[in-house]
Design a protein around this ligand. Structure first.
Ligand SMILES: NC(=O)c1ccc[n+]([C@@H]2O[C@H](COP(=O)([O-])OP(=O)(O)OC[C@H]3O[C@@H](n4cnc5c(N)ncnc54)[C@H](O)[C@@H]3O)[C@@H](O)[C@H]2O)c1
Length: 333
């Protein structure tokens, strides 16, 4: 079986998914793409050799020539398009966030439960990143004892002025919410958000600092600094009772020159997580062929949205907020 994939939205992420599918993922073909910008769709179709360009997203989803769909259009489109894929019984890899609100994510979860099978994978690709996979394996080996504290850092070179502190939580920290839940195998129970008042430019560009408690009595702190200037940099350190696991540093080499040793950083997230994006798609196609599912589920997409909403409330009201995730349905156990 060759899985015929359609991609909706071929901007930065969708175009990258298209390139990865045609160059690195066995067992699939890029059958169709759709983008609200027809010129963009044409350019990516020519570049990747996509078999066709759809005239609208719903005809792509419902086409007999499409077996599975990637949704990489803007966040506001995810809910409706993912529901349409479930309704058409098509596996869908939806970019994060699964939907703009936890309530909309829950509608997707309920639609999937009504179908009785997992069709949705949420694009939290860090679950496929080799350094996080190693961290989880080290914890699961038991040698380090219990995990106590997970320090997470997420830094971008710079962000446009419309990228607010709220977006730093809802669009950036959500990656840490998901990967910390996955590494620790927990849910979060409380969140507090802080911002340093010492930041001298627009406060929306200041770092946000989150402290979360988990259902197993651990602490997770997350710094998201969208204007860190020096490079795209994701760090993580898991402090356990008998040892510490640190994420491998950025993929680039150290350069020794002129009496110094220096490391170069990528300008954005794509080089840092190139392996994760690749493995995510390889595993998604394998799972579709095997009739199984991998990666972050619709439920995980919902859980991340609940944490995000609690963190946004904490940011707005300057207090600790409870994180109330509903009981996990059997489909996701
Ligand atoms: N997993 C990750 O690491 C990661 C990183 C960045 C972005 N994202 C997510 O990926 C999604 C896309 O982000 P991006 O950075 O590629 O954005 P982008 O703006 O570069 O691309 C979005 C594309 O969607 C098209 N589009 C707009 N409205 C559409 C519609 N109604 N139907 C179909 N296409 C439409 C636009 O023309 C554009 O080509 C977002 O949901 C974002 O949150 C995920």
């Amino acid at each position: 079986m060759v899985v015929r994939v359609g991609i909706i939205g071929v901007g930065v992420m969708g175009a990258d998914h298209a390139r990865i599918l045609v160059s690195h993922v066995p067992g699939c073909v890029l059958q169709a793409i759709y983008d609200a910008d027809p010129a963009r769709a044409t350019a990516i179709a020519i570049e990747t050799g996509a078999a066709s360009i759809a005239s609208d997203p719903h005809s792509l989803i419902n086409s007999d020539n499409i077996d599975a769909v990637i949704v990489a259009s803007p966040d506001s489109t995810h809910h409706d398009l993912t529901l349409a894929c479930i309704s058409a019984n098509k596996p869908v890899l939806c970019e994060k966030p699964l939907a703009p609100s936890a309530a909309e994510c829950l509608e997707i979860v309920n639609a999937e439960i009504a179908k009785g099978r997992r069709l949705v994978q949420t694009g939290y690709m860090r679950r496929f990143d080799p350094s996080y996979v190693d961290m989880k394996a080290a914890l699961q080996s038991g040698q380090l004892g219990k995990a106590l504290i997970f320090h997470c850092m997420h830094r971008n070179v710079s962000s446009p002025s419309w990228f607010t502190s709220k977006m730093a939580i809802a669009n950036s920290a959500v990656h840490e919410f998901d990967v910390a839940r996955w590494v620790l195998d927990v849910d979060f129970t409380q969140v507090s958000v802080f911002k340093p008042s010492a930041y001298s430019a627009d406060p929306n560009g200041a770092p946000v600092f989150l402290v979360l408690s988990t259902s197993k009595g651990q602490l997770v702190n997350i710094e998201v600094y969208i204007n860190a200037t020096y490079g795209y940099d994701v760090r993580g350190e898991l402090v356990c009772e008998k040892g510490v696991v640190s994420l491998s540093p950025s993929t680039n080499n150290d350069v020794s020159f002129n009496l110094q040793q220096a490391r170069t950083y990528p300008a954005d997230w794509r080089p840092r997580f190139a392996a994760a994006y690749r493995i995510q798609l390889v595993e998604w196609i394998k799972a579709i062929k095997a009739g199984t599912s991998v990666g972050a589920s619709a439920w995980d997409g919902y859980a991340a949205a609940v944490i995000s909403e609690a963190a946004l409330l904490s940011l707005a009201e300057g207090r600790t907020v409870d994180v109330n995730v509903e009981t996990k349905p059997n489909l996701y156990q």
